[in-house]
Design a protein around this ligand. Structure first.
Ligand code: SAH
Length: 206
């Protein structure tokens, strides 16, 4: 996966590639889709959600600018795959998921892999997780029409928010960095995520 899908697309960050190489994606993919675990595709998971495409997981992790001491908030635990990748690099990852059954399965998978520097929370991640704020990076793995204010407010100095911003169909991966004078912003490319379901983003539909 690293050699075929990540390096050729310009992802060369050693820490990100090492993390991607060390987390077995097949552990997070539904058994009937196992043969596609290392293809560069998002795949369906229970509750009409998806496990993200490896390239996008790697790109978001790179843009989060993580180091060994980073405290990270993830919004949208899903299968826990991206949580595991972030946890390989960072000091600790807090991950919020609104669907309790997905959070429980993710917790089991992460335990089975021995990933112990994560805390999973069930709730509306668009509100962040004030209890452990501020964060050096916040990675949102569901799409929002704009960057939710509570997440911007929970960034540490020079912390980065990585989030797909757009409508329900397509989005741009946006990065917001909290510098001393302003919120610096840039775009890392197009992407496609399921909606962030929250009164501060898209209203609940399921
Ligand atoms: N990162 C995941 C993919 C997540 S798919 C992985 O690697 O498997 C997006 C997830 O965001 C879904 O599980 C969905 O239930 C969750 N989600 C949507 N809105 C949310 C919200 N407001 N708070 C927390 N989680 C949310």
């Amino acid at each position: 996966m690293v050699r075929r899908h990540l390096l050729p697309r310009g992802l060369t960050d050693r820490r990100v590639l090492a993390a991607m190489a060390s987390v077995p994606r097949e552990h997070f993919v539904p058994p009937e889709l196992m043969d596609r675990a290392y293809a560069d595709l998002p795949l369906p998971i229970p509750r009409r959600q998806t496990i993200s495409q490896p390239y996008i997981v790697a790109l978001m992790t790179f843009e989060a600018g993580l180091g060994r001491n980073s405290r990270v908030l993830e919004v949208g635990t899903g299968t826990g795959y991206h949580t595991a990748v972030l946890a390989k690099i960072a000091f600790h990852v807090w991950s919020v998921e609104r669907l309790e059954d997905l959070s429980n399965s993710a917790e089991r998978r992460l335990k089975e892999l021995g990933v112990d520097n994560v805390t999973l929370i069930v709730g509306d991640g668009a509100l962040g997780h004030p209890g452990a704020a501020p964060y050096d990076a916040i990675v949102v793995t569901a799409a929002s029409p704009a960057a939710p204010q509570p997440l911007l407010a929970q960034l540490a100095g020079y912390g980065r928010l990585v989030i797909p911003v757009g409508d329900r169909i397509e989005q741009m991966l946006r990065i917001y960095q909290n510098t001393t004078h302003e919120i610096r912003q840039w775009t890392a490319g197009p992407c496609r995520f399921v909606p962030l379901v929250s009164p501060v983003a898209f209203d609940a539909e399921v």
